[in-house]
Design a binder for this molecule. Structure first.
Ligand code: ADP
Ligand code: MG
Length: 445
């Protein structure tokens, strides 16, 4: 992809916009690469996302910047302050759960014009966090915190920014890094690239002003931890402990975002998180993010996709996907179905699926109990919480603001939520490969 219209060939040590010295690669996505850089103006560290240059990528990046500007512009809105207090959000800083852009610039590379977007440096995305837990699910207390914070992020986007994210999934939610992770970045950079850094390195150099305020507050409440861990295993254990103590997550990647009143395309969302109206060619609105959100929360808790459609001999991936949805939430109303442009591809005019005739109904609460050994008292509110978003019709889904009031989000987590002995009983989870709920694999589309 390092060709005309593709990635800009970034070199370690080069300087963007006379100001940002590139120190290390941090990550990449379908449309961009992300770099760890030293901002020589402010003697701070930042992450810079460099978009591919092809015209469509360039104009997509312009749209992304408009959305990112809106996210930052809205910070001082009084209305938002009030609603954050309503959720008892301890990090009482506006828009704390959406990644902020600090600067942007354009530059010419050998392969065309590129846009660079400057962000604070972040840590693992939630896919990586799930991996830390061997795809067994993130412990419920942490998952609940992640669920609450990402929902605050969505509420902020929808209500204050009028933005639909359209690509909610674990890769697009990233954690604030801890100091140790940040210092490790620097350890791997040769000294001669670090000559622009002035004075001793302090953790505040990695964060925005706003995030530094949050960090100060968090530090006060943080328990002490042991130092001097060496092996990979110790390191993983350490990372998990840090999650337990002070987790803060932010939504990122607004590259596919659009406005509630101005969509750019009907082709949105990543397959497993795609809402039914998008599959069927119906009208979508901001509640499509909540469908993806529910899929993501289920996955954070169980380690498995909620929907993992596959192409089969007798039907397409999309048929399979729709059948899974029916098995989970029942059939759609015929009147609604007929408003979706592509419904005839999958359904008869009487609302029966053309390719798949038998549906094995398996409700969310029962899945949590039967397959994941949840106790009834946890399964019930969790299923109830997620089902607020898992509805065929947009108007039947609750808004992010309404979902934030659900009791599941404030349930105490310090109790055993699994049925006793279920830890030894892996068989139940492994055996039913025939069921829809299969384990996440990393080689997805
Ligand atoms: P794309 O639109 O190409 O998917 P993303 O914005 O999702 O780009 O960024 C790609 C990956 O880079 C993310 O999944 C994340 O792991 C990493 N990343 C993005 N922004 C940052 C950041 N500010 N700090 C650290 N890593 C980041
Ligand atoms: Mg991405």
């Amino acid at each position: 992809d390092y060709k005309e219209g593709g990635y800009h060939p970034v070199h370690i040590g080069e300087t963007f916009n006379k100001r940002y010295r590139v120190l290390k690669k941090l990550g990449f996505g379908a449309f961009s690469t992300v770099w760890f850089c030293h901002d020589m103006f402010h003697n701070k560290f930042v992450a810079i996302k460099v978009q591919k240059s092809e015209e469509s990528y360039y104009s997509a990046a312009e749209d992304e910047i408009e959305i990112l500007d809106k996210i930052v512009d809205n910070i001082k809105t009084e209305e938002w302050k009030e609603s954050i207090e309503e959720y008892n959000e301890p990090n009482n800083i506006n828009s704390a759960h959406c990644l902020h852009m600090m600067d942007h610039f354009t530059f010419e590379g050998p392969h065309g014009k590129h846009i660079g977007m400057v962000f604070e440096v972040m840590g693992h995305n939630l896919l990586k966090v799930m991996k830390l837990y061997d795809w067994d699910g993130i412990p419920l207390p942490i998952a609940r915190t992640l669920a609450r914070q990402t929902l605050i992020g969505l509420d902020y986007l929808h209500r204050l920014c009028n933005v639909i994210h359209t690509d909610i999934k674990p890769e697009n939610a990233i954690l604030c890094p801890n100091e140790k992770q940040l210092m490790e970045h620097l350890d791997t950079i040769p000294d001669h690239f670090k000559t622009s850094i002035q004075g001793p390195i302090q953790s505040s150099m990695f964060f925005s002003k706003e995030q530094n305020k949050i960090n100060k507050r968090k530090k006060k409440n943080k328990p002490k931890k042991k130092e001097n861990k060496n092996t990979e295993e110790d390191k993983e254990e350490d990372e998990k402990k840090i999650l337990d103590e002070s987790v803060q997550v932010k939504l990122c990647d607004f590259g596919n975002g659009c406005w509630i009143d101005h969509h750019f395309t009907s082709n949105i969302q990543t397959r497993q998180y795609r809402s039914p109206e998008v599959i069927l060619g119906g009208e979508y609105n901001e509640t499509c993010d909540l469908w993806s959100y529910a899929c993501m929360v289920f996955e954070l808790i169980t380690g498995d996709y909620l929907f993992h459609p596959k192409k089969r001999d007798d039907c397409s991936k999309e048929d399979d996907h729709i059948a899974f949805i029916i098995e989970l939430i029942g059939k759609p109303e015929l009147k609604w179905l007929k408003q979706c442009k592509r419904y005839r591809k999958f359904f008869t005019t009487r609302g029966r699926m053309k390719k798949i005739f038998h549906h094995k109904i398996w409700k969310l609460k029962e899945i949590l109990i039967d397959k994941y050994c949840f106790k009834e008292e946890e399964a019930e509110p969790l299923a109830d919480f997620l089902m607020q978003a898992l509805q065929w019709k947009n108007e039947d889904r609750k808004s992010a603001q309404e979902m934030l009031r659900h009791p599941w989000l404030s349930m105490p987590s310090n109790y055993d939520y699994l049925v006793e002995g279920s830890d030894d009983d892996e068989s139940q989870k492994e055996d039913d490969d025939t069921a829809s709920w299969v384990t996440v694999s990393s080689d997805e589309e």
